[in-house]
Design a protein around this ligand. Sequence first.
Ligand code: ADP
Length: 397
Amino acid sequence: MKVLVLNCGSSSLKYQLINMQNEEVLAKGIAERIGLQEGFVKHEATGKEKVVIQEKMDNHKDAIRIVLGAVVDANHGAIKSMDEISAVGHRVVHGAEKFSGSILINEEVKQALEECSELAPLHNPPNLMGIYACEEILPQVPMVAVFDTAFHQTMPKSSYLYALPYELYEKYKIRRYGFHGTSHKYVAMKASELLGKSLEEMKIVTCHLGNGASVAAIDCGKSIDTSMGFTPLEGLAMGTRCGDMDPAITTFLMEKENLSSAELNNLMNKKSGVFGISGVSSDFRDIEDAAAEGNERANLALEIFYKRVKKYIGAYAAEMGGLDAVVFTAGLGENSKECREEVCRGLEFLGIKIDDEKNNVRGKERIVSTDDSATKVLLIPTNEELMIARDTLTLVK
Ligand code: ADP
């Protein structure tokens, strides 16, 4: 069986075609600038040359048509006909309290997804556009929705409720949902495999550190707390998001700078984080380079970022009453040895000892703590697409 995995953003669409017999990626790529001038699709079938298809795409349906054309192309494709695609797995950001697991898409599910859009106005509508477009182009093919929030639905009320009037939770469903769930779940499972220990007997903190970043506390295989909240804005400092701050700053800034709620939202989501502090870039590579050249604000941005990850590890170890493993994943977590080193520095009291030599690695599954480190530190490249494909396969079977 071959499963097509789609991750639709507002102007982009990432895809992978996976052969589920051996879980090999047959083709992958990204359509960018959907709805804009100069759109293009970067496509690569395994073992073949990468191609860039320049074509204007008015909407997600256009993008999916081009992607499918590339996938079956005689020269740079991976399969002979679209009939070989047995199912489509869609990444959906928000499943609210309705979805605590992946689900086969039908009319009722689409209706429920429309209702969830209010909670994720930036993310769910493009996810839904992808679902509708696929339905038109591949009407016979079953589709599955896999949610970023689902894994965190096991959090207890004491973790997910905010200390606001309780009625607001009842009225608007204001609570912590958490995101990156597919990634946190995948790396926790991999950590258990790698350490040869059952998830049921482990307390793990998973750190998904990419442009968006979050930390999760996973006790006995279940998410019991996570740093992102009602939206992906809470928690760590991120590429451009501010993460935790005194909520009173919002009303103060609105008054002082005469900002609308949309302007304030933009400031907190797009202009803050390590970009806002450093003034250099939202990309950690640029910030690391600038810091190495003596840029003080770049250095400060890194210090703030690392410190916050460290604080969450400590908080979650306390919350779980112990810690067996810390896992680093996503762009920064997988590639920056400095990040893993700085976050773990000073955590010896939690039994964490990084091995400098083992930690000198990029993008490879590996234990990077010393053999005698009581708490293991692991680098595990995430694979959200594979998780989506696996869930899709299970549900369509
Ligand atoms: P997202 O999916 O949230 O866009 P990724 O997980 O792809 O994020 O991570 C992207 C980020 O990872 C980049 O913005 C960059 O800051 C960081 N990153 C990638 N490679 C490196 C590297 N070699 N060193 C430091 N940071 C890196």
